[in-house]
Design a protein around this ligand. Sequence first.
Ligand code: F6P
Length: 374
Amino acid sequence: IQRIGILTSGGDCPGLNAVIRAVVKCANRRGWDVIGIPYSTDGFMQVADGQYEPENLLLTDHGYDIPGILQGLDVLQFLSGTILGSLSKSRFDGPDQVSKILAGYEKLNLDALIAIGGDGSLDIIYDLAQRGGWNLIGIPKTIDNDVPFTEKSIGFNTAVQTVNSALYDLTFTAASHDRVMVVEVMGRDAGHLALHGGIAGGADVILIPELVPDLSPLVVTQICQHIADLRQRGRKFALVVVAEGVHGEDGKPKHLIGESLATAIADRSRTLCQTGDTAYCDMDRVETRAMVLGHIQRSGIPTASDRLLASAFGRKAVDLIAEGRYNRLVVWEAGRVRSKDLSDVIATVRECHLRGTCPSPVETDSTMVKVARS
Ligand code: F6P
């Protein structure tokens, strides 16, 4: 091995720079060069177009010469985002672009490629690797924590911390005004982030798509009953977490689902009050506010836990290359870093996309589901 490549693909998340750091350190120690591919597959096209020469893309322990960021990699590991840049979706529309990507890869003379990506982007890069005969190693990253075969992905822990901090901060304003704060949390189709962030942040209600696919009238009534119960016991405020993957009443994806839920809770509370049932006597005073946490969940200083995972994953990826074990995904399983056949992972990802969300927290995270239910 003389030269390997590394790229970050899909939505960014905290901890990507820490993976890059780990890979560069471990690879350099073995005497290998590391080429940082800018903007995922776009970078290969730019190389093919002659916009970059390999030597311009060399990553060293001293960092990466991006304007404004001339820090050593040891400092960069504390920064969110990715020094390499990323693409939300790897863009290539037709055979011409695929050929260009493959040509760019060839031009770089890489012995292997490490792709840090989520389920969607790993799927795309896996496909390219099959066509181009690349020696590929995948590293899972996503705040959604929905890459199959790994219990943890880079970025998830920091995002959980962000949701947790937001709930902590919202508690005081909610309590001061006796309000119900509805907090919409990212996660795409999956509820892992809402579940973990919600439990850690002390949410009173957590809605995840795997258990509550849509905001049916029954669901809204149950939430109001829980709020009424809290109020009867003297707790006048409540925190409600809803994963963005929960659908509207009609079962269809709903933009600003948190806003819809906040309105539905306020409306239903008044209706319940009008029933004359004493359990709901003060529900006409329930005020709700909605907040979309949004892309703040993709940022924040990577937690120590994410940086540890990044270090372990980066090291493992380099070890796999040294052993000549390609087409693997680095994973975390039962307290250890391991690797899985990338073909199996991608087959499962494709199956999941056909079936809907998976891995479901109901299957993989039953402990936390149990905690939330209690
Ligand atoms: O997959 C990560 C994620 O942050 C999801 O939680 C969210 O739905 C999506 O990406 C947002 O994507 P974009 O940055 O393209 O708006």
